[in-house]
Design a protein around this ligand. Structure first.
Ligand code: 2NL
Length: 384
């Protein structure tokens, strides 16, 4: 507003010149202009100052400087004046015009400033607010369990092996004493892909981690072949194989993708007693409880004979007294030992398979397996 008044001051100076000239001349047009010029100045000042938006301001400008604006009309009127007056009046009009333009620009700037001010206010940053922190990541609860299992078995001298999730029919089934068309294959009904293996049978998504133990045994034999050939003994095979596995199954307790961790201990004198000792030790360490009871319940698996389910029983806590199945196990079937490239008359041992998903549910009290695979951060962040 005060800037506008300053601009009007300039305009006043201009018209003062016009007024002096006016007194000397007999031209009613300019007389009336001078008489009204005070009003014009006020009107102009108000018209500009009141223009609330840039487009209103441009309309106000048209009122003075537009095609049929007042200044334009004055300019047109000049033509009728004598040459001397043309000069002086022309100069006066120009000064008035400049003053109008100055006032106009002043207002334009003020409106632009106000707009910028509003925008800055709207986009204001409160730099005193604490920043939005990126949450630290964490391991998935099942990964925590896998790492825990690996660490416990590693402390008992077991190697940890890894292998392909896409397997040949031989490694997934045949090598494990599960010949084509055997009804026991339906226990591990899995997914097949559109690519055939060398045997003409489609590759499968491994339904258990057992193929990895067979692969590990082959690699082990190869590694020590020279040593054995020159009269040495083959070191025992002690390995666990954790990983993703697949079966056609999906409900609250089964997921088409799940996890397994199998273990194998083969040597010249490895017995069921060793299985009991190793697995009891594992369970007590895993569940951090010394008064955990174990039960080996007779069962059937094609790759072990005899076979047993392993149940555990907590003596205290929310699950106390109930028998909970945690693993399958057994003495490795002689046919499987042979498929591993070893003489079943010489090598004997045990294998077991457990579900890290289920162990995670038991350890943390999770009641629906699907929570592990939904990817809901509200569930997962509880395990950090
Ligand atoms: C289960 C059953 C089991 C095995 C897995 C195995 C592997 C080889 C040879 C012999 Cl290479 N056996 N694995 C043995 C018995 C049971 O798992 O229900 N797991 C969750």
């Amino acid at each position: 507003m005060s800037h506008d008044s300053a601009a009007i001051g300039v305009a006043l100076g201009a018209t003062r010149t016009g007024a002096r000239l006016q007194r000397a001349g007999p031209f009613p047009f300019f007389k009336s202009y001078v008489q009204r010029s005070g009003n014009h100045r006020r009107q102009r000042a108000e018209a500009f100052a009141k223009a609330p938006t840039p487009s209103d301001l441009e309309n106000a400008k048209a009122h003075f400087l537009g095609k049929s604006g007042r200044i334009t009309a004055l300019m047109k009127g000049l033509g009728a004046l004598p040459v001397e007056d043309k000069k002086t009046q022309g100069a006066a009009i120009n000064l008035a015009k400049q003053a109008i333009e100055a006032a106009l620009n002043e207002r334009r700037q003020a409106l632009a400033d106000a707009e910028l001010e509003t925008q800055l206010r709207a986009e204001a940053l409160d730099v005193s607010l604490p920043g939005r922190m990126r949450e630290p990541g964490g391991l998935h609860p099942v990964s925590l369990t896998m790492e825990r299992i690996e660490q416990i078995f590693a402390s008992m001298g077991f190697d940890v092996a890894d292998g392909p999730e896409l397997e040949s029919d031989w490694y997934s089934f045949t090598a494990l004493n599960n010949p084509p068309n055997h009804p026991a294959r339906s226990m591990q009904d899995t997914f097949y892909v559109d690519i055939n293996g060398d045997d003409g049978i489609p590759y499968n998504l491994r339904p258990h981690t057992s193929p990895m133990q067979v692969r590990y045994a082959h690699a082990h034999n190869k590694k020590y072949a020279e040593q054995v050939k020159s009269g040495g003994t083959l070191p025992e095979i002690r390995v666990i194989c954790p990983g993703r596995t697949y079966r056609v199954d999906s409900d609250a307790t089964h997921s088409p993708m799940f996890h397994q961790c199998e273990g194998l201990w083969l040597g010249e004198n490895v017995s069921f007693k060793d299985l009991k000792a190793v697995f009891t030790d594992f369970c007590r360490t895993f569940f951090e409880s010394d008064d955990l009871a174990l039960r080996f319940r007779p069962s059937f698996f094609p790759f072990t004979e005899p076979s047993a389910e392993i149940d555990i029983q907590f003596q205290s806590g929310p699950l106390a007294g109930r028998w909970l199945e945690v693993a399958g196990s057994g003495q490795v079937h002689p046919a499987v030992v042979r498929n591993m490239g070893l003489d079943p008359e010489k090598y004997i041992g045990f294998a077991f398979g457990m579900g890290p998903d289920r162990l995670t549910m038991l350890r943390y009290g999770v009641n629906d397996l699907r929570l592990f695979f939904d990817g809901d951060i509200r569930f997962l962040r509880q395990f950090r």
